[in-house]
Ligand binder design. Structure first.
Ligand code: ADP
Ligand code: ADP
Length: 231
């Protein structure tokens, strides 16, 4: 059975319906790219999946959590541990070192011991190729490096799923590549990933399925080989 399941989700802001019956299933270990025009509801889909936004109608399940039934922050907590999210704006704490940024959530939220968290954070920073930058502050790093800190921070919570919301949209082409390569490694390792992105090449070469949205609907969904012409 799938790890993420959306069944006929509807969501309105005021009188405007921005999700008009979204159904989507993501299997464990699958990487799915969501591509579509600005305003077509891509971010809203992600924010419904991790419970940041309540849906009006429909059914969302993540693992064995029925997201649409979770009523408050306390009920959401196990879901939040399972699903991490990375944003276009890295949302790092500017006055904390790179290492502290990665350690903070597992210390405060998971209440794991400092040494254990520190060792894992160092390992994750190495994994995203930022060893040596542990004591720097976010402002001293390039955009691509900051985004990789944000990815390490997401991984530090040991999530089962990571949602990526246009994480390369604000980067210059050189650093886009570094960040995409980091994500590609996570996909190769079997992490379940749902990515809103404009990177067609990444969608074609890395994702298992591509989902095209338009005006609040999914208009097409298939493995990239069926959607794109030869390389
Ligand atoms: P996309 O990610 O595809 O660009 P979004 O999911 O961000 O689209 O937004 C879909 C639509 O919902 C847009 O028209 C946007 O303006 C609107 N919208 C998003 N969030 C809110 C909100 N909190 N309040 C009102 N309208 C919103
Ligand atoms: P090449 O054209 O030989 O692949 P590049 O310098 O374009 O060389 O890319 C170097 C690495 O970055 C390659 O592994 C490539 O697959 C990866 N890469 C480049 N652009 C993207 C992208 N948009 N999405 C995913 N991976 C990318």
């Amino acid at each position: 059975t799938s790890l993420i399941e959306l069944d006929h989700i509807h969501k309105s802001f005021g009188n405007t319906e921005v999700l008009k019956g979204i159904s989507l299933q993501v299997n464990k270990g699958e990487a799915v790219c969501i591509i579509g025009p600005s305003g077509s509801g891509k971010s809203t889909i992600l924010r419904c999946i991790n419970g940041l936004l309540p849906v009006d109608e429909g059914f969302i399940r993540v693992g064995n959590h029925r997201v649409h039934e979770l009523q408050n922050e306390k009920a959401m907590r196990p879901l939040r541990h399972q699903v991490a999210m990375v944003f276009q704006q890295y949302n790092l704490f500017p006055h904390r070192s790179v290492l502290d940024n990665v350690m903070m959530a597992p210390m405060q939220v998971l209440k794991h011991g400092r040494e254990e968290v520190r060792e894992r954070a160092l390992r994750l920073l190495k994994k995203v190729r930022l060893d040596g930058k542990e004591d720097r502050y976010p402002g001293e790093l390039s955009g691509g490096q900051q985004q990789r800190v944000a990815i390490a921070r997401a991984l530090a919570m040991q999530p089962e799923i990571i949602l990526f919301d246009e994480v390369t949209a604000a980067l210059d082409p050189e650093t886009v590549k570094e960040v995409l390569n980091t994500i590609r490694e996570l996909v190769d390792e079997g992490l379940t990933c749902l990515l809103v992105t404009h990177e067609m090449r990444f969608a074609r070469e890395v994702s298992h399925r591509v989902c095209f949205t338009d005006k609040g609907k999914i208009v097409e969904m298939a493995p990239p080989a069926q959607l794109f012409d030869h390389p």
